[in-house]
Design a protein around this ligand. Sequence first.
Ligand SMILES: Cc1cc2nc3c(=O)[nH]c(=O)nc-3n(C[C@H](O)[C@H](O)[C@H](O)COP(=O)(O)O)c2cc1C
Length: 235
Amino acid sequence: METFEAITERHGVLRFRPDPVEPEKIEQVLRAAVAAPSAANTQPWEFVVVTDPQLTKRVAHYLMEAQMTYVLNGMLELPEEFTDKLMSLYTEFDNAPCFIVFCLNQRVDLASARWAQILRDWDMCAIGGAIANLMAMATDLGLGTRYFGGFVADNDAAPLKEMLGIPAHVEIVAATPLGYHDEPPKERPEQSLDVLVNYRRGDKYSLAGLLKGKLPFSTVTHFDRYDDKTPIREG
Ligand SMILES: Cc1cc2nc3c(=O)[nH]c(=O)nc-3n(C[C@H](O)[C@H](O)[C@H](O)COP(=O)(O)O)c2cc1C
């Protein structure tokens, strides 16, 4: 598969076949992750790969519950009729034969508080790059992934840390299932400005508006000079 296809065909997968992922493919996605750039080469990432079938079920159920409580009810504040409908998308998710949990291990200590803060932000960026590499590699190998991050609102994912024996100084950032799936690449048309405007909240968009599709490419790209092309306008 071409690099562009591997990147653009990635989409969040929620239905997996139970077939195990070959260990060499798991290693390959992890090697793609650690190839990401990191500030001053800190390589702040660590990965917990879960394949024990009892543990994968527990991780899946934890992520589902957290999705309901912290993401759909908490962050998105959706009414019950929507949360029930959305949660029905997650019913085959516990089939996934593998989960990868992305962790931040800040091994470097800086004397300056300001620089320590900047380094933490950089380390988070680096982990984002590692996750993106891993997901593109997985797509290339015919494997599906789905980025989960909202569960960290649950006391920094303390229950998952406990489940996997992750020590206190190592922070959980995100998790993904990894496995084979039958889902065709998702159509992701650019969002019409009208949809965004309808979901306007003050001078920003609401999350519900953004969830519907991709921002227009021309809105997020600038050439030579920043040009304020924001589609927010008086409704
Ligand atoms: C930092 C981050 C956190 C995310 N957290 C969640 C989450 O908690 N639950 C979820 O269902 N999706 C989560 N997602 C997935 C996004 O909702 C998804 O990537 C986005 O809607 C675009 O869809 P796509 O991945 O199919 O392209 C997260 C993505 C990112 C980058």
